[in-house]
Design a protein around this ligand. Sequence first.
Ligand SMILES: C[S@@+](CC[C@H](N)C(=O)[O-])C[C@H]1O[C@@H](n2cnc3c(N)ncnc32)[C@H](O)[C@@H]1O
Length: 284
Amino acid sequence: MVIDGPGRKSRPADSHRYTGAMPRYEPLCWYENALYYDIVFDADTAREASFLQAAHRRYGRTRGRRMLEPACGSGRLVAVMARRGYSVTGFDISASMLDFARDRLRRRGLKGRLVEGRMENFEFRQKFDIAHCLVSTFKYLPDEDSARSHLRCVARALKPGGIYVLGLHLTDYRRRSCERERWVGKRRGTEVVCNIQGWPPDRRRRRERVRARLVVKRRGTERRFETHWQFRTYSLRQLRTLLRSVPELEQIETYDFNCDIRNPLPFDGAQNDNVLILRRRGIR
Ligand SMILES: C[S@@+](CC[C@H](N)C(=O)[O-])C[C@H]1O[C@@H](n2cnc3c(N)ncnc32)[C@H](O)[C@@H]1O
């Protein structure tokens, strides 16, 4: 269950203070523990999958059902889209995430191609009808060159008329306080509470520091983990500039993280959470 996820309201970090002894958190790269990631973020999977299908129907200009997911992670969307009849290829930098994703496909009797790869530089012989990258994963790309290279690789991987669904938060550089989101997920006796904290952005370096703290409860035991990373920041203008530098992809429409296909929104920075529909130009 998502209590307060991306696109929903967040509260300032200093709105309440902890007065007791500080609990200890073990360092953990949570992409090395795919299960916890998957438990926390699976709540939105069905809704996002339905949105991808609807966007493909509405904006795609190709016939097939070949789907590419760069940075596919634990494969939550790979599995659902495979079950819904897509021929899915996913890749990720993390071998643990891929192992988890492969295991899920195997257990469910589903097919999918999962390989190790990097978002900033990839190439596939086959061409795709739809590609997607949601939940701000794109912001792991650390600089303009890698972000542009990623978009060019996506454009090359798509058939002309194929679409790229790209979901990311824009950055409010005026923000001076921390932001927090809280997610809770449960699966077969394991409960994971995830508190994500984002520090105010560094405008000059175009970085925002993020920390996820996990409390994992299972069979009466409790463990605490924390993981840190940096996102690249984007204002509306910075994202527009980047998109203009990759003219092979035409921006067609914008939504927010509610992923309601009936509710397209202007791309004007009014909401921080944006899901862009980009389409590969060219002759079919
Ligand atoms: C937030 S998860 C998203 C996973 C999946 N797309 C989803 O929607 O659940 C981010 C993923 O990006 C992967 N990742 C981060 N940097 C990457 C890179 N440069 N190339 C490929 N994968 C990367 C991580 O290993 C992780 O699995």
